[in-house]
Design a protein around this ligand. Structure first.
Ligand code: KIV
Ligand code: ZN
Length: 511
């Protein structure tokens, strides 16, 4: 049996359905480029019919990202499939991924259709997709809560209509490893022609079992695993890409399978997705959490110093965690800056590159030297692609244990320069109140966090926040050596998004 496991990344589709995750078209393209460097097999770039923005993002990824297959999601409706094809047709390896729900609960309550309707929808959807492309994936949504006999019937119809990959989603994260294996064996034993297609799984993490269920599926003969970077996704998320890849690599002795992923790109990919989506990675997260390779207890430290493998089953280098190399300083010029970004696989258009260079010079003046993670943080600020409706000219804050925190800010917009002052509960609050006096957005701060980009006292601070306005949430990120400036920049980047878009995120239509 084939021992190569295909990695199907759905960060840009299911991952983007994470509550609070918001990716601009520029951010999606940058993540797709990084996924190509990671060498995943398939990038599910979006759900083209769901919004014009999603359509354009899939189209631009299909036209410019080479290497992986580029997939677009579609229900079985003609309009969905036509739109998905329009979006992916520019790819060198296009795939249409069509799906319909097969569980009684979904058929009866969500779609209000009969099982024979679902058989007809499957047949029509897959056939239409096959009339456009040779590579068609079919998913039976809520497969793990479907009647196994009916599921086999649906899969048989999908194969006869031309599907080349059959996906078994655990849409609500309900199944368990042993039960999932029994279902997969049942399907493999009973569906005629199943040996000629790639069998895939797509697990959600509602019970914290997504990775375990996906690995169990691999043992049961599945050869494609759908996953997301950092486990992003609807509700509790999806199978985490980095965990499945490193489990297959580290326990090759057990699974006897491999992926094509360049594991040394995992850490950078995780950081990029976290920064651009505004979804922090918990420190104790497996593989990519800040503590994943930290040894705290004296006994462990002693053991690792004597022999790394005493307490480490993977090396930090295997996921691309190297020490933060000090590469550029305040005397470095544009050429060195551009070269280093190129080496890091970071691409910016000329204007964004110029803005990033100005930021770099400003921060290098204050901090002296900047490491790779500092450069990545600066560039990710630019990649967000939000036009600067308001720009921070300067701010000043007075604060202390007895003083009333007071901030003055000056912002420039097309209306010129406006200065305002305000007091607040603390210095950050005072800055935000002063900004609000200028921009008058009416939005409420719903989330605020800060992290140090690299180690040390002079580390850059990165602030991530969300502003809520009506039903919509706007992500903001700001980086600086000064945490108040980072806070102000983050607030303004969210305000600039709000000023640009009626809605950053369209309501999701599938899980
Ligand atoms: O969770 C799910 O069932 C999905 C399908 C569209 C594959 O995301
Ligand atoms: Zn899903």
């Amino acid at each position: 049996m084939d021992t190569r496991i295909r990695i199907f990344d759905t960060t840009l589709r299911d991952g983007e359905q994470s509550p609070g995750a918001a990716l601009t078209a520029e951010a999606k393209l940058e993540i797709a480029r990084q996924l190509a460097l990671l060498q995943v097999d398939v990038i599910e770039a979006g759900f083209p019919i769901s919004s014009p923005g999603d359509f354009l993002a899939v189209k631009s990824i299909a036209e410019s990202v080479r290497g992986p297959i580029i997939a677009g999601l579609a229900r079985t409706k003609d309009a969905d499939i036509d739109r998905a094809y329009e979006a992916v047709k520019g790819a060198s390896k296009p795939r249409i991924h069509t799906f319909v729900a097969t569980s009684d609960i979904h058929m009866r309550h969500k779609m209000r259709v009969t099982p024979s309707d679902v058989l007809a929808m499957t047949e029509a959807g897959v056939r239409r997709a096959r009339s456009y492309v040779d590579d068609v994936e079919f998913s039976a949504e809520d497969a793990t809560r479907s009647d196994p006999g009916f599921l086999c019937q649906v899969f048989q119809v999908a194969i006869e209509a031309g599907a080349t990959t059959l996906n078994i989603p655990d849409t609500v994260g309900y199944t368990t490893p042993a039960e999932f294996q029994r279902l997969i064996h049942h399907i493999r034993d009973r569906v005629p022609g199943i040996g000629g297609v790639t069998l895939s799984v797509h697990c959600h993490n509602d019970l914290g079992l997504a990775v375990a269920n996906s690995l169990a599926a691999v043992e049961a003969g599945v050869r494609q695993v759908e996953c997301t970077v950092n486990g992003l996704g609807e509700r509790a998320g999806n199978t985490a890409l980095e965990e499945i890849v490193m489990a297959l690599m580290t326990r090759k002795d057990h699974y006897a399978c491999s992926t094509g992923v360049v594991t040394e790109q995992l850490h950078r990919t995780s950081r990029m997705v976290s920064a651009l989506s505004g979804m922090p990675v918990q420190p104790n997260k497996a593989i990519v959490g800040a503590n994943a390779f930290a040894h705290e207890s004296g006994i462990h430290q002693d053991g690792v110093l004597k022999e790394r493998t005493t307490y480490e089953i993977m090396s930090p280098q295997s996921i691309g965690l190297s020490s933060n190399r000090l590469v550029l300083g305040k005397l470095s010029g544009r050429h060195a800056f551009r070269e280093r970004l190129h080496e890091l696989g970071l691409t910016l258009d000329n204007q964004a590159l110029e803005r990033a260079f100005v930021r770099f010079k400003d921060l290098a003046d204050r901090k002296g030297e900047l490491g790779d993670s500092d450069l990545e943080a600066i560039v990710q600020e630019e990649i967000q692609g939000v036009p600067e409706v308001y720009r921070l000219d300067y701010f000043a804050v007075t604060s202390g244990s007895t003083a009333v925190p007071t901030a003055t800010v000056a912002l420039t917009s097309s209306n010129g320069r406006v200065q305002e002052a305000a007091t607040g509960d603390g210095p950050v609050d005072a800055v935000y109140r002063a900004i609000e006096r200028v921009v008058n957005s009416g939005a409420a701060l719903s989330d605020w966090s800060i992290r140090a980009v690299s180690g040390g006292q002079d580390a850059l601070g990165e602030v991530t926040l969300r502003l809520t306005h009506g039903r919509h949430t706007y992500l903001g990120r700001g980086v600086s050596t000064d945490i108040l400036e980072a806070s102000a920049r983050a607030y303004l980047s969210a305000v600039n998004r709000l000023a640009q878009a009626p809605a950053i995120k369209t309501p999701s239509q599938s899980g």
